[in-house]
Design a protein around this ligand. Structure first.
Ligand SMILES: Cc1cc2nc3c(=O)[nH]c(=O)nc-3n(C[C@H](O)[C@H](O)[C@H](O)COP(=O)(O)OP(=O)(O)OC[C@H]3O[C@@H](n4cnc5c(N)ncnc54)[C@H](O)[C@@H]3O)c2cc1C
Length: 463
């Protein structure tokens, strides 16, 4: 196929959208990134706003990051393949001088994303305060062979600040659209008897920012994945009583019933009286602007499909693609791989299988770890890669000749996950302190040394 440059619209300027822009430009495409917020960074653009009238909903903010959030992935593994997330020269834990911890606060990662934008001159491709309202093929499609030739993108843009007057515009000349809107904004909630009648406070972690308003309260935190653990630990310092409901929405929430008078009854029959409930029960996919006539759907907020290799909808490929759908991968690196693949397919450097083959593959996506799940595959695991970094390597090699992740970085991540789960091997290595207490293996130490990484400051390598 002859090489050609395309006019591409990227929706979203988080790490997925930004790295898509970089890869598309490198491949010679003409790129416009539409971003609804007033800045780049996506989740990492901390937004203190919450909406008390909709504490279980989206609450007007995209980011679900809370004020105290620190990365739960080691920074040495958090960079783009050719632009490491280096330690800053200064260190004041979260101030302008930089945060020189291996697991820094969220502001440090935002600084890194902004530097990435500057280093690759991406800001001139980004339209801020521009929300995509509608994306649809401009002309009738061909015969399910991906022959959409143009896409129409309707946006609402605000000039000046986000309170400025909104102007709606429509562009009909995009050859392709890359959807990169993230996956951690639309709250997923459990179904609990009495939830609708509960008269006290209940909110989703999407709307949690700071613990102050929970002072002296009795709080039930539902879900014990990363955010659940962080928030429960933080609340423990201010609340009168924090009860963590260890089951999450994934396996049937352990709360049996909520009563109007504040009583929470658990599945084992125990009861507490609570002032607030915080649901740390995850997120669903949502693409409200996407109009594909049913060719791409989101099943139960969990499964986007059909998608070939989590990226291309067979009937609309390659002109429509998704970057950033897979979970539990090396971020942002895996999304960089997807972006490179999309860029190379759009230019004609690489070919996709026929839409029939892609459809068969999309329907039959199986992952070994997923197959181990008995009693059917839960939908919410449809895009879960289970931190299988060898799979990530194979994906990158196969689709765009992407370099493999060094073994020491994989080990660094796996040991981090083990400590987070409370499976650390050393004293003090647990889900509470995993960010500060760790012991690197010889392989990791050698890797750090060989690549000139400094010894992490502000943390403790125990003996
Ligand atoms: C609380 C929390 C903690 C996390 N901690 C870690 C961590 O420690 N390590 C890690 O690797 N990952 C972590 N993550 C995952 C994190 O989301 C990813 O690392 C990464 O930021 C995802 O990037 P993205 O670009 O795919 O999505 P996002 O960062 O969500 O960016 C999507 C962008 O699309 C924009 N957008 C959405 N809809 C529209 C529209 N209609 N029009 C225009 N623009 C739109 C949004 O405004 C946003 O800027 C965490 C996530 C959360 C929520």
């Amino acid at each position: 196929m002859a090489w050609s440059s395309k006019k591409v619209c990227v929706v979203g300027a988080g790490v997925s959208g930004l790295v898509s822009a970089r890869e598309l430009r490198r491949e010679g495409h003409d790129v416009t990134v539409m971003e609804q917020s007033g800045g780049v960074g996506g989740q990492w653009l901390y937004d203190p706003r919450t909406d008390a009238s909709d504490p279980l909903g989206v609450a007007g903010a995209h980011s679900s990051v809370y004020a105290s959030l620190r990365l739960n992935t080691p920074r040495e593994s958090m960079g783009f393949s050719d632009y490491p997330f280096v330690y800053p020269a200064g260190n004041d834990d979260d101030g302008a001088g930089g945060d020189a911890r291996r697991y820094p606060g969220h502001a440090e990662f935002l600084r890194y994303i902004r530097r990435f934008c500057d280093a690759f001159g991406l800001m001139d491709a980004v339209r801020l305060n521009t929300k995509v309202l509608h994306v649809a093929p401009s002309a009738p499609r061909g015969h399910g062979d991906g022959s959409v030739t143009r896409w129409t993108v309707r946006c609402s843009s605000r000039h000046g600040d986000c309170d400025g007057e909104a102007v709606t515009t429509e562009e009909t000349t995009f050859d392709a659209v890359v959807v990169a809107v993230g996956q951690f904004t639309q709250p997923r909630l459990p179904v609990i008897n009495g939830m609708d009648k509960w008269s006290r406070r209940q909110l989703h972690s999407h709307s949690y920012r700071v613990p102050d308003s929970f002072q002296d309260e009795a709080v039930v935190v539902v879900g014990c994945h990363a955010s659940g653990v962080d928030i429960a630990l933080e609340l423990r310092a201010v609340a009168r009583d924090v009860h963590v409901s260890v089951k999450s929405v994934d396996d049937g929430v352990a709360i049996e019933r909520l009563c109007e008078d504040g009583q929470v009854t658990f599945a084992d029959g125990s009861r507490v009286v609570a002032d607030s409930i915080v649901y740390c029960t995850g997120y669903g996919y949502s693409f409200p602007f996407l109009d594909t006539g049913g060719l791409v759907t989101v099943d139960d907020g969990s499964r986007v499909g059909p998608l070939y290799e989590h990226t291309f909808p067979p009937a609309l490929a390659p002109s429509l693609s998704f970057v950033g759908v897979p979970k539990r991968v090396v971020v942002p690196r895996f999304y960089e791989t997807q972006a490179r693949w999309v860029a190379e397919v759009l230019s004609g450097r690489r070919a996709l299988p026929s839409s029939e083959e892609m459809m068969r593959a999309a329907e039959g996506y199986h992952h070994p770890a997923r197959e181990m799940m008995v009693a059917g595959v839960p939908k919410h695991l449809a895009h879960d890669i289970f931190d299988d970094y060898d799979y990530c390597d194979e994906f990158g090699e196969k689709h765009c000749g992407f370099p493999r992740l060094e073994r020491w970085k994989k080990e660094l991540r796996w040991s981090s996950i083990a400590r987070q789960r409370g499976e650390g091997e050393g004293e003090g290595e647990d889900s509470e302190s995993f960010r500060d207490v760790y012991r690197d293996s010889d392989l990791v130490r050698e890797g750090l040394q060989a690549q000139g990484w400094p010894w992490p400051a502000g943390s403790h390598q125990h003996k």
